[in-house]
Design a protein around this ligand. Structure first.
Ligand code: PGA
Length: 258
């Protein structure tokens, strides 16, 4: 972490808790976050729970994000949700380009860039995800993949460089596997992302929070967050219970005070 950037911890609930359980968990996280004045906290429930969780989080320190958005504002796109609809449901954040979208739903680099534009157009802060697969890492292509994915969206980020946004580096092989990147590997990727951002805009690079995602737990959060270019975490599995999420929030808070 770097004292210029407030840590951001975002919980990606994926396809879990679409109803009352979401409200209970969000309420618990809001309570646990009350005193964590140094940390920004965001939860990203499924679409069906967004409005109810927004009501639960009203007046708390916890922000609300969606997990996906369609680039178009409206129209014949059965099953899709537009950025203004997410705002109407109470969101201020949205995850775009998650590797599960890229892998299972065909999201291309160009589509991710369009989604990012749509997010900014509605004043939603995008969390743009990038990261290599295991095969890509083994072939020595990690940085090339990150560069390709980031370059596709970089002009959009630069055009909105004063607005809220984050990037998440999520190596695909680390997601849901219990095998997080080492702090050294995470820092290498994050420093590379920072360098690419700086080549387009120094201001943007200095300001944007680059989150690490992939098997973050209470046990490894402190070491990962201590890396100078790691500004927070995008947490999947460990964001689904308060018992597992709270220590990650605590690690971020403790680091800002140390
Ligand atoms: P994980 O997921 O923490 O369960 O590895 C992270 C993510 O996919 O955002």
């Amino acid at each position: 972490m770097n004292s210029m950037r407030r840590p951001l911890i975002a919980g990606n609930w994926k396809m879990n808790f679409g109803g009352p359980e979401a409200i209970t968990l969000a309420g618990g996280i809001a309570k646990a976050s009350k005193e964590l004045s140094a940390v920004d906290v965001v939860v990203c429930p499924p679409f069906t729970a967004l409005a109810a969780v927004a009501a639960e989080l009203d007046g708390t320190r916890v922000g609300l994000g969606a997990q996906n958005v369609h680039p178009k504002a409206s129209g014949a796109f059965t099953g899709e949700v537009a950025s203004a609809m997410l705002v109407a449901a109470g969101c201020t954040w949205v995850i775009v380009g998650h590797s599960e979208r890229r892998q299972f739903f065909g999201d291309t680099d160009a589509f991710v860039a369009d989604k990012t534009s749509a997010a900014f157009a509605a004043h939603l802060a995008p969390i743009v995800c990038v990261g290599e697969t295991e095969a890509e890492r083994e072939a020595g292509n990690t940085l090339a993949i990150i560069e390709r994915q980031l370059n596709a969206v970089l002009p959009v980020l630069v055009a909105h460089k004063g607005e809220a946004m984050a990037i998440a580096y999520e190596p695909v092989w680390a997601i849901g596997t219990g095998k997080a990147a080492t702090a050294a590997d995470a820092e290498e990727a994050h420093a590379f992302i920072r360098k690419l951002l700086a080549s387009a805009s120094e201001d943007l690079a200095a300001r944007v929070r680059v989150l690490y995602g992939g098997s973050v737990t209470g046990a490894n959060a402190r070491e990962l967050l201590a890396c100078p270019n790691v500004d927070g975490a995008l947490v999947g599995g460990a964001s689904l219970t308060l018992e597992k999420f709270e220590p990650i929030l605590g690690a971020a808070q403790a680091l800002t005070l140390s």
